[in-house]
Ligand binder design. Structure first.
Ligand code: ATP
Length: 237
């Protein structure tokens, strides 16, 4: 579904990712783990189209999307939940969700209603707070809202950048449970995290990045037992 081939990208003269390869098959949850500054967010920006490639390619459903704009990628079903809970604070929960439906607005009100109901089913907290200003939600609720907003356009591949950042273990667990449910319903997921153990526990396969290089990849269960992964985890404690 997603294939990254020999990709180099970065900022200005500085390359962050060097000759990076990665693959995600339809229906998988893929984990990308690595320490602070390893290049995880850079990878996400390149996939979602916010950062141009210097070389290499990204293919989505067999088509080269390396030069396709970010909003066209969203239309094609590739949607990123940005790092750091970017909600529209003065707007209500339902207004935030409705904005996530913008690219699908031609589908009309009935479809909008269906997507809203699905969001509320996944995150009942959001249903309780649908009229509340997004800026007044707790950190965990804001994270739920940005995920739910991304789902409003009915993506086929969801990219998540550190959804657990700053959240309690309990809220993180709730959010990860929803990701597993979404995956069972057919959504493919690319999950970038410093939180290596939890992430590898819910994913099928994983990649470990160090200083912009992919140093390990494989079955998540095997990676969980790899000392290099433990090192990254302990380095973040
Ligand atoms: P974190 O979890 O801290 O966000 P990360 O693995 O996501 O870490 P990146 O944010 O991708 O890492 O950063 C990788 C490298 O790119 C770092 O050295 C960082 O300083 C650099 N970098 C990130 N964003 C920019 C930018 N806008 N301009 C220049 N350099 C950047």
């Amino acid at each position: 579904m997603l294939r990254i081939n020999n990709m180099t990208t970065g900022y200005g003269m500085a390359d962050v990712l060097h000759g990076f390869d990665m693959e995600l098959n339809k229906g998988e949850i893929i984990a990308v783990v690595g320490a602070n500054g390893a290049g995880k967010s850079t990878l996400m920006r390149a996939i979602s189209g916010l950062l141009p490639l210097k070389s290499g390619s990204i293919k989505f459903n067999g088509k080269d999307i390396s030069k396709v704009s970010a909003h066209t990628r969203v239309d094609q079903g590739l949607v990123q939940v940005p790092e750091g809970r970017q909600v529209f604070g003065p707007l209500s929960v339902v207004e935030n969700l409705t904005l996530g439906f913008f690219s699908k607005r031609k589908q009309g009100k009935t479809q909008l209603q269906k997507r809203l109901e699905y969001a509320y089913h996944l995150f009942p907290k959001l249903a309780e707070r649908k009229g509340q200003k997004a800026g007044s939600l707790s950190g965990g609720e804001q994270q739920m809202l940005v995920i739910a907003r991304a789902l409003m356009s009915d993506p086929s591949l969801l990219l998540l950048d550190e959804p657990s950042l700053g959240l309690s273990p309990l809220i993180t667990e709730q959010i990860f449970e929803v990701l597993v449910e979404l995956n069972k319903n057919g959504l493919s997921i690319l999950l970038v995290e410093q939180n290596a153990f939890e992430t590898l526990s819910i994913s099928d396969r994983g990649y470990l990045i160090e200083n912009g290089n992919m140093v390990l990849n494989g079955d998540s269960k095997q990676l969980l037992n790899n000392p290099k992964v433990t090192e990254v985890y302990l380095g973040n404690e």
